[in-house]
Design a protein around this ligand. Structure first.
Ligand code: DP6
Length: 316
């Protein structure tokens, strides 16, 4: 049996939209941070037939089945009993699919000695969920086309710029529309979809430069822009994709007021109602205290930047 752990990642330049064809390739490049405060733990073991147990419940998941099928076309992987647990809400906009697929591929690699390099684990994880390609790496990560090949990479190690993250949880229930379905709806119905794809290339370059220069203000500006543009794209889809609730908007306001008062902090929101506040090193305590009192926030989860997906017995 092998056990692997992985953390979700939060996109600062968002991926939303896929290329046509197989392989689950994104239409746009993305930049993310891997978050230490939230963890997925996945065990795999050879069994008589495949089974998947998520947080104690046996499930079928067509994406897991497709990934296993593709891996078995390449490697000798027997039927598997997979058991996975998240210490945070599943399917609620906290990137559980990212950490889930990154942990699964890492556990399979470890158990069956596939000898995959991180970029190969990233590529396999991407087939399950494109954002999972980034959770293979710690700190700051990208998923982008390099010489025509879509590759996940580490952009900057976590200790090189130890930003902090505070997640304001405003609703623990699973989201009504999955990311895959939502992004396909945006691609086929939003009048803004082409502009989104074009402009995200520039956001990606800006964010990479900001991370390289540890330029918090530039990163904050481009990350909030990418987030709001994503939600404008979602709102302009038909039927509209509306993931926010009143507490989401209040938490945005709280974060903005904090920044206006001088705290280096910005917000970002994915396909769900949780608000993720990213702040400069050492500012997490104050941000968490204020966000936990923001109207409608159920709880806050605080963390630093995390490591990439790894076997559970690894010291790192
Ligand atoms: C809003 O990676 O969950 O979090 O590839 O279809 O599994 P699939 O989508 P997924 O979408 C993530 C969307 C996002 C932005 C991001 O993480 O880049």
């Amino acid at each position: 049996m092998a056990t692997a752990i992985a953390h979700p990642n939060i996109a600062l330049v968002k991926y939303w939209g896929k290329q046509s064809g197989s392989g689950n390739l994104p239409a746009t490049p993305s930049v993310s941070i891997t978050v230490a405060g939230l963890t997925t733990t996945t065990c795999v073991e050879a069994a008589e037939r495949d089974s998947l147990c998520i947080n104690g419940e046996f499930r079928r998941d067509s994406r897991v089945e497709a990934l296993l099928g593709a891996m078995r076309d390449r490697f000798k992987v027997p039927p598997l009993a997979i058991e996975t647990r998240n210490d945070f809400p599943t399917g609620a906009g906290l990137a559980s699919s990212a950490s889930g697929f990154a942990a699964l591929v890492t556990a399979i690699d470890d158990e069956f000695d596939l000898g995959l390099a991180p970029q190969e684990r990233s590529a396999w994880s991407r087939r399950g969920s494109a954002s999972a390609a980034r959770s293979i790496f710690g700190g700051f990560a990208t998923l982008a086309s390099q010489d025509g090949t879509w590759t996940g990479s580490e952009l900057l190690a976590k200790d090189a710029w130890p930003l902090e993250v505070v997640v304001a949880v405003t609703d623990e229930t699973p989201k009504p529309v999955s990311s895959s379905e939502g992004m396909e709806r945006s691609r086929t119905t939003s009048p803004f979809y082409d502009a989104w794809c074009r402009s995200t290339e520039a956001d990606f370059e800006t964010a990479c430069r900001a991370v390289a220069a540890r330029d918090f203000e530039s990163l904050a500006e481009v990350a909030e822009h990418s987030c709001l543009k994503l939600h404008a794209l979602m709102l302009s889809s038909r039927p509209a994709l509306f993931y926010w609730n009143p507490a989401t908007i209040a938490a945005i306001e709280t974060t903005r007021r904090l920044r206006d008062a001088g705290t280096p902090v910005f917000y970002t929101i994915d396909a769900g109602p949780q608000v993720k506040a990213v702040c400069a090193p050492g500012k997490g305590g104050g941000v968490a205290a204020l966000l936990s009192r923001s109207p409608g926030v159920l709880r806050v989860v605080r963390g630093g930047l995390g490591d990439g997906a790894r076997p559970a017995d690894d010291a790192s």
